[in-house]
Design a protein around this ligand. Structure first.
Ligand code: SF4
Length: 276
């Protein structure tokens, strides 16, 4: 696995910055984390393509050159049967995103900062920069008070009438953005986190809690140390699970293939295969 070897070398020389997606991946499967860390050649799946192009449409406009180029390049990676589904879904989700933006009536108190801005904060205890790239930040007035609002768009669904919050991973990502952006800006006021679910045209708002910061930082530090531990041992174990489906090295991973076989009822342990 040339990609893995190259990435392993890259990581050995540098775990100086980390993003939320990497912190998530290390818990699921260290080998997948490694594969995703610098895998430029990984083929994107349909969901990733839809998410990426929808974000680009929001940022550059549907008819922009950037979007047209991305569409051509990304869609051609997909299987023919997925291409049409992805195109339709992009159209629908992007229209929902535009409608949600048009209906936004918040009172903005300072210039809105939008787009693909990466915020970085050096976390000295872990000797590592934490990186966050939310879809947008701005300052808004809430009950007469100025509040930093951090928004992130999701192509998926959230049903506010179901009586439960959106999935934990989305909420945790919001908390991570709240931590990094407020630290990067030196903002000590309130932070409102907003998740836009373009798939269902719904949103979820919650507040970043400063009371959780030390626990949040301890968790982040523990994960960074875990990564450094794997590097020190020169071993990133494969831990299969439902996440294998979206793994860039699924096709060549023995553990992932065995997991898929077990799930599909195809797996026969070597001893029983020999006996039959
Ligand atoms: S296929 Fe599964 S077990 Fe293998 S590296 Fe990917 S996520 Fe891990």
């Amino acid at each position: 696995m040339k990609i893995i070897e190259r990435t392993r070398r890259m990581l050995q020389s540098n775990v100086s910055s980390i993003a939320f997606s990497q912190l998530c991946a290390i818990d699921l499967c260290p080998e997948k984390f490694l594969a995703e860390s610098q895998d430029d050649s990984a083929v994107a799946n349909r969901d990733e393509v839809i998410g990426q192009i929808t974000h680009a449409i929001k940022e550059h406009g549907k008819d922009s050159r950037v979007v047209k180029m991305l569409m051509t390049k990304e869609l051609e990676q997909l299987a023919p049967e997925d291409r049409q589904i992805a195109s339709q879904e992009i159209e629908r989700v992007a229209a929902n995103a535009a409608e949600m933006e048009e209906n936004d009536t918040a009172k903005v108190t300072r210039k809105t900062k939008r787009g693909e801005v990466t915020y970085r904060w050096y976390f000295a205890d872990a000797d590592c920069k934490l990186c966050a790239r939310p879809d947008g930040i701005r300052f808004v007035e809430v009950d007469g008070e100025e509040v930093l609002e951090i928004t992130d768009g999701k192509k998926g669904f959230y049903d506010p009438t179901a009586g439960r919050p959106p999935r934990k991973k989305d909420r945790d990502q919001g908390y991570f953005f709240g931590l990094v952006v407020s630290q990067a800006l030196g903002w000590t006021g309130k932070v409102r986190l907003v998740l836009h679910y373009w798939g269902s045209k719904t949103e979820y708002q919650y507040w970043f809690s400063r009371g959780r910061v030390s626990q949040q930082l301890a968790e982040v530090k523990a994960k960074i140390e875990k990564i450094r531990g794997y590097i020190a041992e020169n071993s990133f174990p494969a831990k299969p699970g439902f996440w294998c489906e979206r793994c860039p090295i699924f096709a060549e991973c023995v553990a992932g293939q065995r997991y898929a076989d077990i799930k599909a009822g195809r797996y026969q342990p070597a001893s029983s295969a020999a006996a039959s």
